[in-house]
Design a protein around this ligand. Structure first.
Ligand SMILES: Nc1ncnc2c1ncn2[C@@H]1O[C@H](COP(=O)(O)OP(=O)(O)OP(=O)(O)O)[C@@H](O)[C@H]1O
Ligand SMILES: [Mg+2]
Length: 357
């Protein structure tokens, strides 16, 4: 499966942009603000219905126009498949297979692995980045996880509302019970996913690789479940109820899950350089590809924004080698200039497209 053609109309800075990707990996270059990230955003909006940059898709409509349109042509084993996303100012986004069907079947769409600048700050950045990475991967692999997560979040917001309303002890107990019930289910799923799929992926894969920088071999990732390790979720909620009342929200639970990165005995964020962190995260995404491929039917397409920044030539070549070994279509962006020289021998694997010209 590959995305062969992209057409954008009135999306962000583009009035009309046609890209032909036919069976190729694409390297989009351009100076700042030429729309490289916007192209990746458009593809992501079309496949997932959502933007990573804004909650309101109106922001993606080109200034002074009334709506945007994104068309993709996807080639699959059984033919060519066209889909279109359309958004008008005051209407919800519509996504259709061309030919008129009102909904797009999930199995016809590729899974997008979108790696953005903020993901690459995951180690030193906010907890949400690490949690999102873990949860998104889990949703692909554990088929009930998404529904469990949704129900947990709904129950969580009901309990938070009860805490804000300062309800009676008796009523709070009812919400505690409901939250503990779904929280325990979600905790089991998170733990199962971590143990079966997540924990060893990095370690096993890097053992097969010789010649990676030494620091990679020392990295360990621990799961912090979102409340004190020695307590069950039920006991933790019971213990924190008075504190939660004072705060007006639920201070612990599986929604507070975190990943801790260590090198030897130190926290990775306080030891690793920016470039080392970026290399580690990119490899983590790539090493996870085998897990995804074994668990999902759709093919995976990688959108990687601003791949070159902060990586020296050696690191960039490691990244590109691993990326090409995924055997998935790659759409990557890089700021124009000397960065693409660092692609070395790998440049030939990409169709280059410069948006500044
Ligand atoms: N709704 C919109 N209408 C018109 N122009 C827009 C709209 N939203 C964003 N833009 C413009 O589009 C460009 C967005 O660029 P984008 O972030 O895709 O650039 P980029 O090539 O990724 O840049 P960088 O190298 O800095 O990451 C900016 O110049 C911005 O001002
Ligand atoms: Mg950009």
């Amino acid at each position: 499966m590959s995305i062969d053609k992209v057409f954008l109309k009135n999306f962000r800075p583009f009035t009309d942009l046609k890209l032909d990707l036919s069976n190729n990996n694409l390297l989009l270059t351009g100076v700042n603000g030429t729309g490289k990230t916007s192209v990746l955003e458009a593809i992501n909006v079309l496949i997932t219905g959502k933007s990573f940059k804004t909650r309101d898709l109106k922001d993606c409509i080109k200034d002074k126009s009334k709506g945007f349109l994104v068309d993709l042509e996807i080639t699959k084993d059984n033919g060519i498949f066209k889909i279109r996303a359309e958004k008008e100012l005051n209407k919800r986004i519509s996504r259709k297979g061309k030919g008129g069907t009102s909904s797009v079947a999930k199995k016809d769409l590729p899974v997008i692995q979108f790696i953005q600048a903020k993901d690459l700050r995951m180690i030193e950045g906010e907890t949400e980045l690490r949690r999102d990475f873990f949860n998104k991967a889990m949703f692909h692999v554990e088929h009930n996880a998404h529904d469990e997560y949704k129900l947990y979040k709904k129950t969580l917001s009901q309990r938070n509302m009860a805490l804000k309303r300062k309800v009676s002890e008796k009523e709070l107990k009812i919400w505690n019970k409901a939250l503990i019930e779904i929280g325990n289910i979600l905790e089991d799923t998170q733990k199962r996913f971590y143990v079966n799929f997540f924990k060893d992926t990095l370690e096993n894969r890097r053992e097969e690789k010789k010649g990676n920088p030494e620091f990679l071999n020392t990295i360990k990732i621990h799961l912090s479940k979102g409340w004190p390790a020695d307590l069950s979720f039920g006991d933790a909620i019971a213990k924190s109820s008075q504190k939660d009342r004072a705060l007006g929200y639920t201070s612990l639970g599986p929604h507070r899950l975190d990943l801790m990165f260590y090198t030897e005995s130190k926290l990775a964020r306080s030891v690793l350089s920016r470039g080392q962190q970026k290399l580690l995260i990119l490899l983590m995404f790539f090493y996870f590809n085998d897990v995804l491929k074994s668990q999902i039917e759709s093919e995976i397409i990688y959108l990687i924004d601003d791949i070159t920044s902060e990586l020296d030539q050696e690191s960039l070549e490691i990244v590109l080698q691993e990326a090409l070994a995924l055997n998935s279509q790659l759409l990557i962006t890089a700021i124009e200039g000397k960065n693409t020289e660092n692609f070395g021998p790998f440049l030939d694997n990409f169709r280059q497209l410069n948006l500044s010209k």
